[in-house]
Design a protein around this ligand. Structure first.
Ligand code: GLV
Ligand code: MG
Length: 326
């Protein structure tokens, strides 16, 4: 192991993060009653320029008045290149009470972007005597953000998670997309002709593999949660599930829902199965037993268990405890 210990961020369930436009207050109550772990109230791209001020007011009211239960509440502010962003932070933090947990910073490009928001939030917290410290979620959704993803992840002790914003990322990198977050049939591999002739196979590839994997590495190396962003076609639940599974396998802890119908699928994919949890518990029991008996090496079902599996087992059991506590 390295001498450097990676501090883990505040543990939170983040299996499904529901996007709710601040300009659609009629959606707030339903969102509050949903099964999403995190809700982000949006002031950015789901809100038209003329509606920004009203959306801000709606969000302030909703944070004060609606019972959001035990959900983690986040606010997606506008980009640092707009003139809306400072007022998003100032107004919502000053007038929205203590309910907000996180601020989501879109199109994060450099560590200085995070530093700037941190400075503003730190001043407001001090001036207002806010008790709960605001955490940060950063969307990695530009070529610049991906190029600087490591420094962004390390930019502030407030940082909690990195999110892959596939729609803006595709625009920024000029990637050829067909649907937000889905595959492109032209991104595939044609197999060689079989010996003796016959048809060649064509396998669709995952054009987002590098981006998601790169973000996961930066997040995990800094103790943050990696979260997969939107899947645009909400009339394609199978496509959503396939993308969620790919992200989960690469290490993501959750995925956005841009429509309530996507929530149960995200929860299902990012909840460890009973079998996985049972195995993790057995690993921890075997470790405890070995410690009691003064044995250094731990074995289970005839296989040696290494430190990495023990850590994974601990994280899994902790996550399942959080889930059963909901
Ligand atoms: C999210 O903000 C995205 O651009 O995909
Ligand atoms: Mg975006």
């Amino acid at each position: 192991m390295s001498f450097k210990i990676v501090e883990q961020t505040t543990p939170r369930l983040n299996r499904c993060e529901l996007a709710v436009p601040g300009s659609s207050p009629q959606m707030f109550e339903k969102a509050a009653k949903s099964n999403a772990d995190v809700i982000f109230l949006d002031l950015e791209d789901a809100v038209a320029p003329d509606d920004k001020a009203t959306a801000r007011k709606n969000i302030i009211e909703a944070l004060n008045d609606i019972d959001w239960g035990d959900k983690t509440m986040s606010l997606r502010i506008n980009g640092l290149d707009t003139h809306y962003m400072y007022r998003d932070v100032v107004d919502v933090l000053e007038q929205g009470g203590e309910r907000l947990d996180l601020i989501m910073i879109p199109k994060a490009g450099t560590a200085s972007d995070i530093y700037a928001v941190d400075m503003l939030v730190t001043q407001i917290e001090a001036a207002t005597g806010r008790k709960k410290r605001i955490g940060f979620e950063m969307i990695i959704e530009t070529a610049l953000g991906m190029a600087n993803v490591d420094e962004i992840a390390a930019a502030s002790p407030r940082n909690e998670s990195l999110h892959f914003g596939v729609a803006d990322y595709a625009a920024s990198t000029k990637a050829r997309t067909t649907v937000i977050g889905g595959p492109n049939p032209l991104y595939g591999v044609l197999t060689d002709p079989p010996e003796g002739g016959g048809a060649r196979d064509y396998h669709w590839g995952d054009m987002w593999h590098y981006a998601v994997a790169r973000m996961v590495v930066a997040a995990r190396a800094n103790g943050l949660r990696p979260i997969d962003g939107p899947f645009g076609d909400f009339s394609d639940p199978d496509g959503y599930k396939a993308q969620a599974n790919r992200s989960a396998i690469l290490g993501c802890e959750g995925k956005w829902a841009i429509h309530p119908s996507q929530i149960p699928t995200a929860n299902e994919v990012f909840t460890p199965s009973e079998k996985e949890v049972a195995k993790a518990k057995r690993i921890l029991e075997a470790m405890e037993q070995a410690q009691k008996e003064g044995r250094g090496a731990v074995a289970l079902d005839g296989r040696l268990i290494d430190i990495a599996s023990i850590k994974q087992a601990e994280a899994l059991v902790k996550q399942s405890e959080l889930i059963s506590g909901r």
